[in-house]
Design a protein. Structure first.
Length: 278
């Protein structure tokens, strides 16, 4: 496709940073890692090295902007919160995504060239990076790229095996930088996550002609359902090595202690005020 780049170009002539908190899943506000991505977009735009950010959450539901506009979205969000989910509306594209310990979330925060508007390039590069990382654990899965009908958070750069989706990609673009985000179903029951997404849409009023395409549980799976070599820890290591082998790594961290707490709290507040209100 015209104007698309390979992920290898992200690593040319620059150091990187790695932030991997996936060893211990988050259990608090799921907005925290998205606030980190937002802050890092500004940092990278200002000249900081690109960032690989890996994280997990024990029980969360992350909505897209279009989900928030559904007629009973507030009721659906509150119903999930009563069940113990951390619920938020993200500022990147895409639609609702259920998260648990078996889902590895991957963000690559990369600089954008001046005047760069080729949105598909970063999607394609992240899809290529996910395929490369997964291939390090099992190179025989036969991964396809393209929208999977009936899946949750569908898009042109869904990654699937045998017609069942395991990964979706979204991005948050700002002047000078872009946070390319992927959720990867690694361990656990992919169909159960799809059922949670479908339940959100039923409650929120999204099954009508003006809502999202109804979600089919059989459309989604986790990588471990196809290969016993697939683990969250193994895939996180594969992503780290993908970066280490291609770029000098300036800094590696395994928690959010290097960020100013008040700055993160302020960012979370701004995100919720803008995207999470009626």
């Amino acid at each position: 496709m015209q104007n698309e780049i390979g992920f290898e170009e992200w690593f040319r002539a620059r150091p990187w940073r790695i932030l991997d908190t996936s060893g211990e899943p988050l259990s608090g506000d799921v907005a925290l890692p998205f606030a980190v991505d937002e802050l890092e977009c500004a940092n990278v735009a200002a000249g900081a090295p690109p960032l690989l950010h890996l994280w997990r959450h024990r029980k969360a539901l992350v909505l897209g902007l279009r989900d928030r506009r559904l007629p009973r979205a507030s009721c659906a969000m509150e119903a999930f919160r009563r069940e113990g989910y951390s619920v938020m509306v993200r500022n990147s594209g895409g639609a609702v995504v259920p998260l648990d310990e078996g889902v590895l979330n991957v963000t690559m925060v990369v600089p954008l060239s001046a005047g760069g508007v080729a949105v598909r390039r970063e999607f394609a590069a992240m899809a290529e990076a996910v395929k490369a990382a997964v291939g390090r654990l099992d190179d025989g899965l036969g991964i396809d790229v393209g929208e999977v009908a009936g899946s949750y958070c569908p898009g042109d750069f869904d990654l699937s095996v045998g017609g069942r989706k395991f990964c979706g990609i979204a991005q948050r673009r700002k002047l000078g930088a872009c946070a390319v985000q992927a959720f990867i179903n690694v361990e656990g029951d992919g169909a159960a996550r799809a059922r949670a997404a479908a339940r959100f849409y039923r409650t929120a009023g999204g099954d009508g002609p003006d809502g999202p395409v109804p979600v089919r549980p059989e459309s989604t799976a986790g990588l471990a359902e196809w290969s016993g070599r697939m683990t969250v820890a193994g895939l996180a290591e594969a992503f780290r090595n993908l970066v280490r082998e291609r770029a000098a790594v300036r800094r590696e961290a395994h928690d959010y202690g290097g960020y100013d707490r008040e700055l993160l709290a302020a960012m979370i507040g701004r995100m919720k005020a803008r995207y999470d209100t009626d």
